[in-house]
Design a protein around this ligand. Sequence first.
Ligand code: ZN
Length: 373
Amino acid sequence: MHGGWRIGRLFGIPIAVHYSWLFIFGLVVWSLGSEYLPMHQHGATGAAAWAWAVVAALLFFASVLAHELAHSLVSRANGVPVEGITLFALGGVSELRRDAARPGVELVVAIVGPLASLVLAGLFALAWVALPPWTAPAPAVGSYLALGNAALGLFNLIPGFPLDGGRALRALAWARTGDVRRATRLAVRSGRAAAGALVVIGAWLTFGPADANGLWLILVGWFLWNAALQEGLRSSIEAALQGRTVATFVSARILLLDEALTVAEAVDRIAAAPPQPLYPVLGEGRLLGALRPQDVARLPAERWRATSVNWLARRAGAVPTLPLEADAMAALARLEELRTDALPVADGEGRLVGTFERGTVARWLESHALLGA
Ligand SMILES: [Zn+2]
């Protein structure tokens, strides 16, 4: 997930907070401080209610983080590295670098998150019933967090992609049939069914006789629908690219720009050649950088004659290279991370061999699907 602040590391895993999470934090504080605590038996009012509301919201934040840490730590212990954890409006996501290689691992990684939430729900429920009345409003806060964690755990157990229950379903179907793609399709279909059901229930609550507010259910359903489609696409791409490296996709017959050219000369050559997302810039045979069409377009045309390609490439900044033997899926993730459509590729001696382009992979996937592979 893009956008958000890195707030630190836990167990070596980077933790980030997405902007949308602030909205939920505000909502939790507001609902606790203005309604739940003042109206609750042994609750609190005024400034005390707001202070407790902030404490409760922070504890809920920690609970969601514990859920994601459970996923991440179990995943890492089973050899699937974790890029980081991002908390956002609808909970959290653990960014695992790839899918688990075995259904058993996927099942355990999926289940352990909701399990952590349900254990936390139990602990907060214990605080709710066991704390003496003079600790008020701590028992009321306990009840709120018990319900919140139980809801988080149970919601995530809905058996549809991309929820944890959907991953568990995929793992079980995968173990049964031995066919990971079929299992993925099943989990995606079931995710869309669950998302559709949420939208229908939300619409019925909002517009039906119940006259309640189900708009947030519609929102969650819509989000899940999109996430299920995206996750299904990502999973099938990963399955198709399994075992492929950057070498399969490298575009070697591309236009290279010499650093000594003026931008005007470079534009002439670019215009005459087939379009590329990236033009590597060479100086004495070595890669100095790369220009994207938009880097050139940003420079006013009247300056093209007096500006060298070298200067423009330096201004565009350093460009990382991909090794030929890098995993293709990891290379795609790198493009995503750098928000670019292409990167230069270097061989074992650091020599430029071409570019790795998102478009090439897309065409390859399309042809592969057409050929029935
Ligand atoms: Zn989860």
